[in-house]
Design a binder for this molecule. Structure first.
Ligand code: GTP
Length: 222
C-alpha cells in the first residue's frame, strides 16, 4: 500500500527476483526478519511507492502469498537470475521494468528515479557500483526480451551476456556516488554472517514486532 502522494513512475513495473536457492544463507533470505516484517516486505513496500505494479518472480508462490502482489514463475526454470529477469519482463504490462534482488534492503528512491528518467532511448539503464555494473538494480525495456531469450536458449546465464545486442546506458560510478555515497543501494545480504552484522549495526530496524505471514510460518520457526 502506498504511504505518500509522490507520483509513481509511469510505464515501469517494479520486479523483485525471488527464485534463488539462498544456499549461502541456508534459509530463504527474502523472509529474514527486517523492520517489523520481512526483507521482501520492505523491498515490496519501497517499490510500491515508485511503481503502480510490483511483480514477484518466484517458483514458490505459496511462500509469498502474504505480500498480496502478482506473482509469476520463471519461463526457463533453473537458469538463474537472467531467467527471473526474462520472466518479469515478459509478464510486465509496461514497456519497462525496474528489477531488484530480494536481498537488497537499502534501495534509494532518488537513484531509482534518476535511472528511470533515462529509460526513453535506452534498452538497459544500469548503475555502476564499487564492484562494476549492477544488473540486479537496473531498468530493462521490452526490446531486451529477444536477446535475453537467445542467451537463455544458448545456455548463457550471465545477465550481461546479452548487453552487446541492446542499447545500454551506464550510470557512472561518480554520478551514483553523488546520490548514494556509500553505494548502499547495491548492498545485499547473502550469508548468516552478513545478516547478523546488519542486525548488530542496525538494531533499531529489528525492534518492532515481527509481522509473521501465517501460522504455518510461525510454527516452522519454532
Ligand atoms: N526468478 C529467479 N530468481 C533467481 C534465480 N536465481 C537467483 N535469483 C534471484 O536473483 C537474486 C540474486 O541471486 P543470489 O544472490 O545468487 O541468490 P540465491 O541464488 O538465492 O543465493 P545463493 O544460492 O546463495 O547463491 C536473488 O534475488 C535471487 O532470488 C532464478 O533461477 N530465478
Amino acid at each position: 500500500m502506498r504511504t505518500n502522494n509522490t507520483p509513481t513512475i509511469p510505464g515501469v513495473t517494479g520486479v523483485i527476483l525471488a527464485g534463488g536457492l539462498s544456499s549461502r544463507m541456508g534459509s530463504n533470505k527474502a523472509l529474514l526478519p527486517y523492520k517489523g516484517g520481512r526483507f521482501i516486505e520492505a523491498i515490496h513496500r519501497q517499490l510500491s511507492e515508485l511503481f503502480d505494479e510490483v511483480l514477484l518472480v518466484t517458483n514458490q508462490p505459496d511462500q509469498y502469498a502474504f505480500l498480496g502482489c502478482r506473482m509469476v514463475a520463471d519461463l526457463h526454470p533453473g537458469m538463474g537470475a537472467l531467467a527471473g529477469l526474462h520472466s518479469g519482463l515478459h509478464h510486465a504490462a509496461t514497456p519497462h521494468i525496474f528489477a531488484v534482488a530480494c536481498d537488497m534492503p537499502y534501495l534509494n528512491n532518488t537513484l531509482i528515479r534518476r535511472l528511470a528518467a533515462l529509460r526513453g532511448h535506452n534498452d538497459v539503464v544500469i548503475p555502476q557500483g564499487e564492484m562494476g555494473v549492477e544488473p540486479l538494480h537496473a531498468m530493462y525495456a521490452k526490446e531486451c526480451l529477444g536477446p535475453m531469450e537467445n542467451a537463455l536458449q544458448s545456455g548463457r546465464r550471465r545477465i550481461i551476456s546479452f548487453f552487446p545486442e541492446v542499447r545500454v546506458n551506464t550510470f557512472s560510478r561518480s554520478v551514483v556516488a553523488a546520490i548514494d555515497p556509500d553505494f548502499n543501494s547495491f548492498r545485499n545480504i547473502n550469508t548468516p554472517e552478513e545478516y547478523f552484522d546488519m542486525r548488530r549495526n542496525e538494531p533499531h530496524t529489528l525492534q518492532s514486532p515481527l509481522a509473521l505471514p501465517d501460522r504455518q510460518q510461525r510454527s516452522s520457526e519454532g
